[in-house]
Design a protein around this ligand. Structure first.
Ligand code: NAP
Length: 329
């Protein structure tokens, strides 16, 4: 582990940001050393994957560790499932495609989600009717003595795009263990997927359909700096949803057992935000839930823009939009 002063922070939002100290961690041991180094300096410690879900301030007063650990190990394959342990620094999409090629199923709906495997449990990534938590058996974290311990899924308190790791960011995730299916299974319930899929029985066709939908709707961060969805899809009680629907019948709602989900993209669109903003900072036309920052504005610019959107949606619909990426300061 080589500590670097004034280290640039990798982030897909195109923000120029530096940490007072930082390092790259290629092995879990590097993270253990970095934690001790940060403690000596009296700095908070932050473990980052690909920086695809952060809004970083220009100057970050923390020790920031970019995790690049690699490794995928499969065991206990039978005619139902197999267990796969993955290093947190692996790229999520590459991992999903590798599992598909290895005949291990369940994650197809989550193809092309940006970021690292270690970031997946933090917000319990999900898409098109599937979420990562359905397949997570344990999450490997560093304990206070620098030893890796396995947290069973039940301890991770997974919810809709949420987990214990959001409330306890000091838990350093070093790996994730999944239980995947050895028999093909296809979840094609969302209209976008149903329309796009060519063979309803093929997991490959499912992954390809999801990739095509995402490529059509979402900007490539390499060309148009962004962090994917900037806001969570709001949820509310069925009663509140029904009251809101009476006032605004135009709103799309999806009712679950105790809660209803709204489309944040639709709320933003109905408030006219596809046409607002500037060429340097605006909502993406095909998916206004994504804020793109081609002018490489700083955190204040991006958060200020997001705040204007939130205020509009609140004033017009009384719905609070919650920011999805973490702000790093
Ligand atoms: P969308 O498909 O337009 O859906 C908007 C909202 O409607 C979401 O709350 C979605 O629930 C819900 N919905 C739509 N069809 C549904 C159905 N058949 N059954 C139940 N709920 C339904 O959303 P989008 O913005 O284009 O995003 C596509 C997918 O990617 C969504 O599943 C979204 O959640 C997911 N996504 C995840 C993340 C993340 O993990 N951080 C970020 C961006 C997008 P769900 O949210 O439960 O799907």
């Amino acid at each position: 582990m080589i500590p670097i002063p004034d280290m640039p922070i990798r982030n897909t939002l195109g923000i120029q940001s530096r940490a007072v100290w930082g390092c790259s961690a290629h092995r879990v041991d590097d993270i253990v050393q970095a934690l001790a180094y940060a403690k000596n300096l009296g700095l908070n410690f932050c473990l980052l994957g690909e920086g695809s879900n952060i809004v970083a301030q220009q100057r970050v007063n923390q020790f920031v560790c970019h995790q690049t650990t690699k490794g995928i190990v499969e065991r206990n394959r039978d005619d139902e499932t197999a267990v796969v342990s993955v290093a947190a620094g692996e790229n999520w999409h590459s991992f999903v495609m590798r599992m598909l090629d290895d005949g291990l199923h369940g994650l197809e709906n989550l193809a092309l989600i940006p970021g690292s495997v270690g970031a997946a449990p933090v917000q319990n990534i999900g898409a098109y009717g599937v979420e990562a938590a359905e397949f997570i058996q344990t999450v490997e974290v560093l304990d206070e003595e620098g030893k890796v311990r396995s947290m069973p899924a039940a301890e991770c308190l997974f919810g809709y795009r949420s987990s214990v790791f959001q409330k306890e960011p000091q838990l350093c995730i070093t790996g994730v263990t999944f239980r995947l299916r050895t028999r093909p299974s296809v979840v094609a319930t969302y209209p976008d997927v149903v329309q796009e899929i060519e063979d309803i029985n093929s997991p490959h066709a499912l992954a390809e359909a999801v990739i095509r939908i995402r490529q059509r709707k979402l900007p490539d961060p390499a060309a148009e700096p962004n962090v994917g969805s900037f806001f969570k899809n709001p949820t509310m009680s069925l009663q509140d949803a029904s009251d809101l629907k009476k006032r605004h019948p135009e709103l799309k709602m999806f009712e679950g057992k105790d809660q209803a989900k709204l489309s944040a993209a639709q709320l933003i669109d109905l408030c006219g935000w596809k046409a607002k903003g500037s060429p340097a900072l605006h909502c993406w036309g095909a998916q206004p839930l994504v804020i793109v920052n081609p002018g490489r504005g700083n955190a204040a610019d991006v958060l200020g823009f997001a705040e204007n959107i939130r205020a509009d949606v609140l004033a017009r619909y009384g719905v609070h939009l919650e920011v999805e990426p973490s702000v790093l300061s």
